[in-house]
Design a protein around this ligand. Structure first.
Ligand code: GDP
Length: 305
């Protein structure tokens, strides 16, 4: 079975790969829900991360359904056998389920910058963190999502780029702008700092619903991004890959975004038993903006139920 996911001129061909899964992450959870962290078994070699499978594990499912489940992100409330093409968000592997809801951003306010996880706002509103290499297009994506230029500018102010910046959206959930990693000019000491405090945030922040890990589609897969994805996977931090700069269709040098994305996906499939959600975006053309917001709404609403 070959699944073609199309978006405008980008086509990603996801063919099944026969890859030994002995080193795959068995504990990845794409959805986080405080209650379900206790009641739903985490993925193991004989079960799946996806909460929907708690009802289907004893059922025999077809090879096509098994394959769809290994490449698609199927949210709670959706039965794999009932999947139709129009349930998959364009330009992504994300199935939209019953938890998707109001997704547009009406108001956003900067709340605070924190140097440590324990200094972050102390309430239990759900938060979605945005992470990526320096220059990946993080500020542009945040501006594109919230449609306000000053928001991401706040976190670009000198002194705030190395902090955890919380923005309250619609008074009900947070976007968290995390420091970019991989600064070419940053000293080793500063790099170590990044790991220590950002990792502390991932491991200790109970209200963290998901991390949007931004991957620059205009360059080939970067080791530092793969290391980051693998670390999040190993530590059971739910993530969504957000490919940025997908408008750069004609590469001036090197490969095109669709080739870079395919290469990245292939490496990820070698390490992850269940492929995390992914989506193509462009802050220039607005590609994927509404789709990403809808996906974020289903993650939040499931967490918040
Ligand atoms: P940050 O360091 O991750 O916050 O990255 P920025 O948002 O500042 O973007 C870095 C560079 O990439 C800037 O020159 C942006 O104009 C450019 N850029 C960001 N997003 C896109 C995009 O979607 N398409 C294109 N073509 N360029 C982008």
């Amino acid at each position: 079975m070959v699944l073609l996911l199309r978006y405008r001129s980008l086509t990603i061909n996801l063919t099944p790969l026969l890859i030994p899964k002995s080193h795959s992450f068995h504990t990845l959870q794409s959805f986080r829900n405080p209650k379900n962290l206790i009641s739903i078994p985490r993925i193991s070699s004989s079960s799946s991360t996806n909460p929907t499978t708690t009802t289907t594990t004893n059922r025999s499912i077809s090879d096509a359904a098994k394959f769809a489940k290994s490449v698609l992100f199927v949210p709670p409330g959706v039965e794999i056998e009932e999947l139709t093409d129009d349930m998959v968000l364009p330009g992504s592997n994300i199935v939209i389920g019953p938890f998707a809801g109001h997704s547009q951003i009406k108001e956003v306010e900067f709340v605070k910058s924190s140097a440590r996880a324990r200094d972050c706002p102390k309430d239990d509103r759900p938060e979605i963190a945005i992470l990526g290499r320096s220059n990946v297009g993080k500020s542009s994506l945040i501006n594109c999502l919230v449609r306000k230029k000053e928001v991401a500018l706040t976190s670009k102010k000198p002194g705030k780029t190395q902090l955890i910046n919380h923005f309250l959206v619609n008074k009900s959930w947070y976007i968290v702008d995390l420091p970019g990693y991989g600064f070419a000019k940053v000293s080793d000491a500063a790099k170590t700092d990044w790991s220590a405090f950002t990792k502390g945030y991932f491991l200790n922040r109970d209200s963290l619903v998901c991390v949007l890990l931004l991957i620059d589609a205009s360059v080939p897969p970067q080791k530092i991004d793969l290391d980051c994805a693998n670390w999040l996977g190993r530590n059971n931090v739910p993530m969504t890959f957000v490919f940025t700069k997908c408008d750069k269709m004609k590469a001036t040098k090197g490969k095109r975004p669709d080739e870079n994305i395919k290469a990245f996906q292939q490496i990820i499939r070698e390490n992850f038993k269940v492929h995390p959600p992914w989506i193509l975006t462009s802050s220039v053309s607005g590609l994927g903006r509404d789709e990403l917001l809808l996906h974020m709404s289903q993650l939040r609403n499931y967490w918040d139920q």
